[in-house]
Design a protein around this ligand. Structure first.
Ligand SMILES: [Mn+2]
Length: 208
């Protein structure tokens, strides 16, 4: 009814994207968001404390105080949910909605998990190309598509982002792209960066 033809969504339980610092200073005086593994080794409660300390009042989505009050209950609810079970849930969701999406020409574009790895023992099912193949096969339709967030996928250096773009655009499964750059800090840590390749670790020319 409102003419919205692409919907970006994610399928990450409990928490949305995760950074450990929402106010990370760069040499040019700007600030951006960073992810450092040393802060996520502990419990969710510990990481919440470190994010609060680092982030100058900013709050991650899903980490609002009223939601954090529910965290314990949510972890309990997900304690038996592994990747296989979460994929079953996603397939249930897709099978239910895609026929309606086809009817009204609304393309679903699932956003990668960010960072593309399991955190706090929670399952993550869109981390790499292999996961994308599993998701596209759950429901064969161009309306079951992907957001290709180059930053999220690029946070794992094993992901060949330009190759993923070529493959899924060619298959008409990528109606939406987040074109952004990140910079590795060693140890798998990274911070977000300005777009130019020279500012980060991704080959943005190739990506574009
Ligand atoms: Mn994104």
């Amino acid at each position: 009814a409102y003419g919205i033809k692409v919907i970006c969504y994610n399928f990450m339980p409990i928490f949305d994207w995760v950074r450990t610092d929402l106010h990370y200073p760069l040499p040019d005086g700007s600030t951006d968001m960073a992810f450092q593994h040393k802060y996520v080794e502990g419990s969710p409660e510990e990481i919440i404390k470190s994010v609060e300390k680092n982030s100058n009042g900013y709050v991650l989505p899903g980490w609002e105080p009223e939601r954090l009050a529910e965290v314990k209950r949510l972890f309990e609810a997900y304690k038996d949910v592994d990747e296989k079970k979460l994929r079953e849930n996603l397939k249930y969701f897709l099978d239910a909605i895609i026929p309606t999406c086809e009817k009204y020409d609304v393309r679903m574009a699932m956003h990668p998990d960010d960072p593309p790895m399991p955190l706090f023992g929670l399952p993550r099912i869109y981390k790499n190309r292999e996961d994308m193949i599993k998701i596209e096969q759950m429901h064969e339709s161009k309306y079951n598509g992907f957001t290709i967030c180059t930053g999220s996928l690029g946070e794992n250096p094993k992901n060949d982002v330009p190759a993923i773009i070529r493959e899924f655009v060619k298959k008409d499964r990528a109606p939406f792209i987040h074109a952004r750059n990140i910079k590795f800090m060693g140890n798998g840590d990274f911070h977000e960066s300005a777009h130019l390749s020279s500012e980060g670790s991704l080959d943005m020319y190739e990506i574009m």
